[in-house]
Design a protein around this ligand. Sequence first.
Ligand code: GLY
Length: 362
Amino acid sequence: MSPTRITVGGERPYDVVIGAGVLGELPALAGAGAVAQRECQVAVIFPVCLAGIAAEACRALVAAGYRVHAEEIPDGEAAKEIAVAARLWSRLAFHRIGRSDCIVGIGGGAACDLAGFVAATWLRGIRAVLVPTTLLGMVDAAIGGKTAINIPEGKNLVGAFHPPAGVLADLDTLASLPKLEYISGLAEVIKAGFIADPTILELIESDPPAATGPGGPVIELVERAVRVKAAVVAADLREAGPREFLNYGHTLAHAIERVEEFGFRHGEAVSIGMAYAAALGRLSGRLDEATAARHCDVLAAVGLPITYRDGAWPRLRSAMAVDKKTRGSRLRFVVLDGLGRPAILADPAEELLEQAYREVCL
Ligand code: GLY
Protein backbone atom coordinates (compact mmCIF):
# COMPACT_ATOMS: atom_id res chain seq x y z
CA MET A 1 0.00 0.00 0.00
CA SER A 2 1.43 3.37 -0.90
CA PRO A 3 2.05 5.74 2.00
CA THR A 4 -0.22 8.63 2.84
CA ARG A 5 1.22 12.13 2.54
CA ILE A 6 -0.29 14.90 4.59
CA THR A 7 1.06 18.37 3.91
CA VAL A 8 1.37 20.72 6.85
CA GLY A 9 0.89 24.20 5.43
CA GLY A 10 2.44 27.43 6.57
CA GLU A 11 5.48 29.49 5.65
CA ARG A 12 7.54 26.36 4.90
CA PRO A 13 5.11 23.52 4.15
CA TYR A 14 6.28 19.98 4.82
CA ASP A 15 4.96 16.47 4.38
CA VAL A 16 4.10 13.90 7.02
CA VAL A 17 4.55 10.52 5.34
CA ILE A 18 2.55 7.74 7.02
CA GLY A 19 2.67 4.03 6.26
CA ALA A 20 4.12 0.64 7.12
CA GLY A 21 7.75 0.10 6.08
CA VAL A 22 8.28 3.64 4.81
CA LEU A 23 11.79 4.18 6.23
CA GLY A 24 13.07 3.91 2.66
CA GLU A 25 11.52 7.34 2.02
CA LEU A 26 14.03 8.97 4.38
CA PRO A 27 16.73 9.85 1.81
CA ALA A 28 14.23 11.75 -0.31
CA LEU A 29 12.90 13.68 2.69
CA ALA A 30 16.38 14.48 4.02
CA GLY A 31 17.50 15.95 0.74
CA ALA A 32 14.39 17.62 -0.62
CA GLY A 33 15.37 20.99 -2.02
CA ALA A 34 18.97 20.70 -0.83
CA VAL A 35 22.22 20.52 -2.79
CA ALA A 36 23.24 17.29 -4.54
CA GLN A 37 22.98 14.45 -2.04
CA ARG A 38 26.62 13.43 -2.32
CA GLU A 39 27.59 16.87 -0.99
CA CYS A 40 25.05 16.72 1.80
CA GLN A 41 25.74 15.52 5.33
CA VAL A 42 23.17 14.10 7.69
CA ALA A 43 23.53 13.79 11.47
CA VAL A 44 21.25 11.01 12.71
CA ILE A 45 20.25 11.45 16.36
CA PHE A 46 18.75 8.45 18.17
CA PRO A 47 18.47 6.85 21.62
CA VAL A 48 20.42 3.65 22.15
CA CYS A 49 17.25 1.52 22.38
CA LEU A 50 16.57 2.42 18.73
CA ALA A 51 20.04 1.53 17.44
CA GLY A 52 18.53 -1.06 15.07
CA ILE A 53 16.14 1.40 13.39
CA ALA A 54 18.90 4.04 13.34
CA ALA A 55 21.28 1.62 11.60
CA GLU A 56 18.62 0.90 8.98
CA ALA A 57 18.06 4.65 8.46
CA CYS A 58 21.82 5.28 8.16
CA ARG A 59 22.19 2.48 5.60
CA ALA A 60 19.41 3.96 3.45
CA LEU A 61 21.01 7.43 3.64
CA VAL A 62 24.51 6.15 2.81
CA ALA A 63 23.15 4.14 -0.11
CA ALA A 64 21.60 7.35 -1.43
CA GLY A 65 24.97 9.09 -1.31
CA TYR A 66 24.81 11.12 1.91
CA ARG A 67 27.71 11.43 4.33
CA VAL A 68 26.12 10.19 7.54
CA HIS A 69 27.09 10.69 11.20
CA ALA A 70 25.27 8.65 13.85
CA GLU A 71 24.92 10.35 17.23
CA GLU A 72 23.53 8.50 20.22
CA ILE A 73 21.49 10.29 22.88
CA PRO A 74 20.00 9.17 26.23
CA ASP A 75 16.58 7.55 26.35
CA GLY A 76 13.42 9.53 27.18
CA GLU A 77 13.35 12.93 28.90
CA ALA A 78 17.03 12.60 29.88
CA ALA A 79 17.75 13.57 26.26
CA LYS A 80 16.20 17.00 26.69
CA GLU A 81 19.08 18.41 28.73
CA ILE A 82 21.28 21.35 27.82
CA ALA A 83 24.36 19.11 28.29
CA VAL A 84 23.05 16.70 25.64
CA ALA A 85 22.31 19.58 23.25
CA ALA A 86 25.77 21.06 23.90
CA ARG A 87 27.46 17.74 23.15
CA LEU A 88 25.54 17.52 19.89
CA TRP A 89 26.50 21.10 18.94
CA SER A 90 30.15 20.10 19.43
CA ARG A 91 29.67 17.02 17.25
CA LEU A 92 28.02 19.13 14.53
CA ALA A 93 30.99 21.51 14.67
CA PHE A 94 33.40 18.56 14.48
CA HIS A 95 31.64 17.23 11.36
CA ARG A 96 31.39 20.75 9.88
CA ILE A 97 27.64 20.44 9.47
CA GLY A 98 26.58 23.42 7.38
CA ARG A 99 23.39 25.23 6.45
CA SER A 100 22.55 22.88 3.59
CA ASP A 101 22.98 19.77 5.76
CA CYS A 102 20.29 18.01 7.72
CA ILE A 103 19.55 16.53 11.12
CA VAL A 104 17.44 13.39 11.36
CA GLY A 105 15.83 12.75 14.75
CA ILE A 106 14.65 9.20 15.45
CA GLY A 107 12.64 8.30 18.53
CA GLY A 108 9.75 9.29 20.76
CA GLY A 109 8.60 12.75 21.73
CA ALA A 110 11.77 13.60 23.67
CA ALA A 111 14.13 12.66 20.83
CA CYS A 112 12.02 14.64 18.35
CA ASP A 113 11.96 17.68 20.65
CA LEU A 114 15.74 17.56 21.14
CA ALA A 115 16.57 16.95 17.48
CA GLY A 116 14.28 19.81 16.47
CA PHE A 117 15.83 22.10 19.07
CA VAL A 118 19.39 21.32 17.98
CA ALA A 119 18.40 21.88 14.34
CA ALA A 120 16.69 25.16 15.28
CA THR A 121 19.75 26.49 17.08
CA TRP A 122 22.61 25.18 14.94
CA LEU A 123 23.76 27.96 12.57
CA ARG A 124 20.46 29.70 13.47
CA GLY A 125 18.47 26.88 11.93
CA ILE A 126 19.09 23.93 9.64
CA ARG A 127 16.73 21.31 8.23
CA ALA A 128 15.36 18.60 10.50
CA VAL A 129 13.58 15.44 9.43
CA LEU A 130 11.79 13.67 12.26
CA VAL A 131 11.15 9.95 12.42
CA PRO A 132 8.80 9.42 15.38
CA THR A 133 8.71 5.84 16.66
CA THR A 134 5.89 6.18 19.21
CA LEU A 135 2.20 6.82 18.65
CA LEU A 136 2.47 10.04 20.68
CA GLY A 137 5.41 11.15 18.55
CA MET A 138 3.56 10.43 15.31
CA VAL A 139 0.35 12.26 16.11
CA ASP A 140 1.76 15.05 18.26
CA ALA A 141 5.42 15.64 19.12
CA ALA A 142 6.89 15.41 15.61
CA ILE A 143 4.35 17.74 14.05
CA GLY A 144 3.93 21.42 14.69
CA GLY A 145 7.40 22.90 14.93
CA LYS A 146 7.60 23.44 18.68
CA THR A 147 11.05 22.30 19.79
CA ALA A 148 12.41 22.43 23.32
CA ILE A 149 14.66 21.19 26.05
CA ASN A 150 14.02 21.20 29.81
CA ILE A 151 15.77 23.13 32.58
CA PRO A 152 15.55 22.43 36.32
CA GLU A 153 12.92 25.19 36.61
CA GLY A 154 10.53 23.48 34.22
CA LYS A 155 9.76 21.37 31.20
CA ASN A 156 10.08 22.79 27.66
CA LEU A 157 11.06 26.24 28.94
CA VAL A 158 13.89 26.70 26.41
CA GLY A 159 12.98 26.22 22.79
CA ALA A 160 12.08 27.62 19.42
CA PHE A 161 9.45 27.33 16.73
CA HIS A 162 11.24 25.43 13.97
CA PRO A 163 8.98 23.30 11.75
CA PRO A 164 10.65 20.16 10.42
CA ALA A 165 11.44 19.68 6.74
CA GLY A 166 9.56 16.41 6.83
CA VAL A 167 8.13 13.76 9.15
CA LEU A 168 8.27 10.02 8.51
CA ALA A 169 5.80 7.96 10.54
CA ASP A 170 6.73 4.33 9.87
CA LEU A 171 3.94 2.33 11.49
CA ASP A 172 6.19 -0.75 11.63
CA THR A 173 8.16 0.93 14.42
CA LEU A 174 5.06 0.72 16.66
CA ALA A 175 5.30 -3.08 16.82
CA SER A 176 7.98 -2.93 19.51
CA LEU A 177 6.36 -0.13 21.52
CA PRO A 178 5.32 -1.26 25.04
CA LYS A 179 1.53 -1.53 25.31
CA LEU A 180 1.21 1.17 27.99
CA GLU A 181 3.19 3.60 25.83
CA TYR A 182 0.93 2.85 22.90
CA ILE A 183 -2.21 3.40 24.98
CA SER A 184 -0.75 6.63 26.35
CA GLY A 185 -0.41 7.89 22.76
CA LEU A 186 -4.11 7.15 22.21
CA ALA A 187 -4.98 10.03 24.55
CA GLU A 188 -3.75 12.56 21.97
CA VAL A 189 -5.63 10.67 19.25
CA ILE A 190 -8.83 10.78 21.31
CA LYS A 191 -8.22 14.48 21.99
CA ALA A 192 -8.21 15.08 18.23
CA GLY A 193 -11.53 13.23 18.10
CA PHE A 194 -13.18 15.46 20.68
CA ILE A 195 -11.88 18.79 19.41
CA ALA A 196 -12.27 18.21 15.67
CA ASP A 197 -12.91 14.74 14.24
CA PRO A 198 -15.59 12.60 15.95
CA THR A 199 -15.02 9.76 13.44
CA ILE A 200 -11.91 9.01 15.51
CA LEU A 201 -14.14 8.37 18.52
CA GLU A 202 -16.48 6.15 16.50
CA LEU A 203 -13.56 4.08 15.22
CA ILE A 204 -12.31 3.47 18.76
CA GLU A 205 -15.74 2.91 20.28
CA SER A 206 -16.64 0.31 17.66
CA ASP A 207 -13.85 -2.00 18.92
CA PRO A 208 -11.81 -0.59 21.81
CA PRO A 209 -9.45 -3.61 22.21
CA ALA A 210 -8.51 -3.38 18.51
CA ALA A 211 -7.56 0.26 19.02
CA THR A 212 -5.11 -0.53 21.79
CA GLY A 213 -2.42 -2.06 19.60
CA PRO A 214 -0.66 -1.39 16.33
CA GLY A 215 -3.05 -3.34 14.14
CA GLY A 216 -6.73 -2.63 13.73
CA PRO A 217 -7.58 0.90 12.77
CA VAL A 218 -4.12 2.35 13.54
CA ILE A 219 -3.49 3.75 10.06
CA GLU A 220 -6.79 5.58 9.95
CA LEU A 221 -6.42 6.82 13.54
CA VAL A 222 -2.91 8.18 12.90
CA GLU A 223 -3.93 9.77 9.60
CA ARG A 224 -6.99 11.44 11.10
CA ALA A 225 -5.15 12.72 14.18
CA VAL A 226 -2.31 14.04 12.01
CA ARG A 227 -4.81 15.84 9.75
CA VAL A 228 -6.36 17.54 12.77
CA LYS A 229 -3.01 18.74 14.07
CA ALA A 230 -1.74 19.69 10.62
CA ALA A 231 -4.77 21.89 9.96
CA VAL A 232 -4.45 23.68 13.29
CA VAL A 233 -0.70 24.35 13.19
CA ALA A 234 -0.84 25.42 9.54
CA ALA A 235 -3.30 28.12 10.57
CA ASP A 236 -1.51 29.19 13.74
CA LEU A 237 2.11 28.10 14.16
CA ARG A 238 2.87 30.39 17.09
CA GLU A 239 -0.22 29.68 19.17
CA ALA A 240 -1.75 33.12 18.80
CA GLY A 241 -5.23 31.68 18.27
CA PRO A 242 -6.75 28.29 17.44
CA ARG A 243 -3.58 26.32 18.22
CA GLU A 244 -4.48 26.76 21.87
CA PHE A 245 -7.30 24.25 21.29
CA LEU A 246 -4.66 21.52 20.96
CA ASN A 247 -4.14 22.03 24.69
CA TYR A 248 -7.48 20.39 25.44
CA GLY A 249 -6.96 18.48 28.69
CA HIS A 250 -3.43 19.83 29.04
CA THR A 251 -3.90 22.44 31.79
CA LEU A 252 -4.57 19.83 34.46
CA ALA A 253 -2.28 17.34 32.69
CA HIS A 254 0.75 19.64 32.99
CA ALA A 255 -0.04 20.18 36.68
CA ILE A 256 -0.23 16.40 37.24
CA GLU A 257 3.10 15.90 35.45
CA ARG A 258 4.69 18.60 37.59
CA VAL A 259 3.28 17.19 40.86
CA GLU A 260 4.49 13.74 39.78
CA GLU A 261 7.92 15.24 39.01
CA PHE A 262 7.51 14.20 35.38
CA GLY A 263 7.37 10.50 36.25
CA PHE A 264 3.86 10.18 34.78
CA ARG A 265 3.10 9.30 31.15
CA HIS A 266 2.05 12.42 29.26
CA GLY A 267 -0.91 10.72 27.57
CA GLU A 268 -2.22 9.36 30.87
CA ALA A 269 -2.08 12.86 32.37
CA VAL A 270 -3.87 14.25 29.29
CA SER A 271 -6.54 11.58 29.68
CA ILE A 272 -7.30 12.67 33.27
CA GLY A 273 -7.07 16.27 32.08
CA MET A 274 -9.72 15.65 29.41
CA ALA A 275 -12.05 13.97 31.93
CA TYR A 276 -11.57 17.10 34.05
CA ALA A 277 -12.13 19.49 31.12
CA ALA A 278 -15.32 17.62 30.25
CA ALA A 279 -16.56 18.06 33.83
CA LEU A 280 -15.64 21.76 33.69
CA GLY A 281 -17.50 22.15 30.40
CA ARG A 282 -20.59 20.42 31.74
CA LEU A 283 -20.61 22.20 35.12
CA SER A 284 -20.21 25.57 33.43
CA GLY A 285 -23.28 24.83 31.32
CA ARG A 286 -21.43 24.62 28.03
CA LEU A 287 -21.18 20.90 27.33
CA ASP A 288 -24.08 18.46 27.23
CA GLU A 289 -24.19 15.50 29.66
CA ALA A 290 -23.88 12.84 26.96
CA THR A 291 -20.71 14.27 25.38
CA ALA A 292 -19.16 14.79 28.81
CA ALA A 293 -19.90 11.16 29.76
CA ARG A 294 -18.53 10.00 26.40
CA HIS A 295 -15.10 11.26 27.45
CA CYS A 296 -14.89 8.91 30.42
CA ASP A 297 -16.41 6.03 28.46
CA VAL A 298 -14.01 6.12 25.51
CA LEU A 299 -10.91 6.88 27.59
CA ALA A 300 -11.64 4.09 30.07
CA ALA A 301 -12.51 1.67 27.26
CA VAL A 302 -8.92 1.76 25.99
CA GLY A 303 -7.46 1.56 29.50
CA LEU A 304 -6.60 5.22 30.02
CA PRO A 305 -6.99 6.70 33.53
CA ILE A 306 -9.83 9.14 34.21
CA THR A 307 -9.27 9.74 37.94
CA TYR A 308 -6.51 11.12 40.12
CA ARG A 309 -5.71 11.17 43.85
CA ASP A 310 -8.12 12.76 46.28
CA GLY A 311 -6.37 15.42 48.35
CA ALA A 312 -4.04 16.49 45.55
CA TRP A 313 -6.07 19.56 44.56
CA PRO A 314 -4.07 22.24 46.47
CA ARG A 315 -0.81 21.12 44.86
CA LEU A 316 -2.37 20.80 41.43
CA ARG A 317 -3.95 24.24 41.74
CA SER A 318 -0.57 25.83 42.60
CA ALA A 319 1.09 23.96 39.75
CA MET A 320 -1.56 25.29 37.33
CA ALA A 321 -0.83 28.83 38.46
CA VAL A 322 2.74 28.59 37.14
CA ASP A 323 1.90 26.81 33.90
CA LYS A 324 3.49 28.71 31.03
CA LYS A 325 0.15 28.93 29.27
CA THR A 326 -1.56 30.99 31.98
CA ARG A 327 -1.88 34.70 31.16
CA GLY A 328 -0.91 36.78 34.17
CA SER A 329 -2.70 35.16 37.07
CA ARG A 330 -5.68 34.17 34.91
CA LEU A 331 -6.15 30.48 34.23
CA ARG A 332 -7.35 29.47 30.77
CA PHE A 333 -8.91 26.13 29.99
CA VAL A 334 -9.93 24.68 26.68
CA VAL A 335 -13.46 23.33 27.06
CA LEU A 336 -16.01 22.10 24.55
CA ASP A 337 -19.21 23.92 23.62
CA GLY A 338 -20.18 20.65 21.96
CA LEU A 339 -18.49 17.80 20.12
CA GLY A 340 -15.81 19.25 17.82
CA ARG A 341 -16.41 22.78 19.14
CA PRO A 342 -13.49 23.80 21.36
CA ALA A 343 -13.57 27.17 23.10
CA ILE A 344 -11.75 28.99 25.89
CA LEU A 345 -12.95 29.19 29.47
CA ALA A 346 -10.97 32.08 30.96
CA ASP A 347 -10.62 32.83 34.64
CA PRO A 348 -13.15 30.30 35.94
CA ALA A 349 -14.43 30.58 39.52
CA GLU A 350 -12.38 28.67 42.11
CA GLU A 351 -15.49 26.76 43.27
CA LEU A 352 -16.12 25.56 39.73
CA LEU A 353 -12.52 24.35 39.39
CA GLU A 354 -12.74 22.45 42.66
CA GLN A 355 -16.17 21.02 41.94
CA ALA A 356 -14.92 19.66 38.61
CA TYR A 357 -11.89 18.18 40.37
CA ARG A 358 -14.14 16.27 42.77
CA GLU A 359 -15.57 14.51 39.70
CA VAL A 360 -12.19 13.07 38.76
CA CYS A 361 -11.13 12.13 42.29
CA LEU A 362 -10.43 8.54 43.18
N1 GLY B 1 6.47 19.60 18.45
C1 GLY B 1 5.18 19.55 18.97
C2 GLY B 1 4.33 20.67 18.55
O1 GLY B 1 4.77 21.52 17.82
O2 GLY B 1 3.19 20.75 18.94
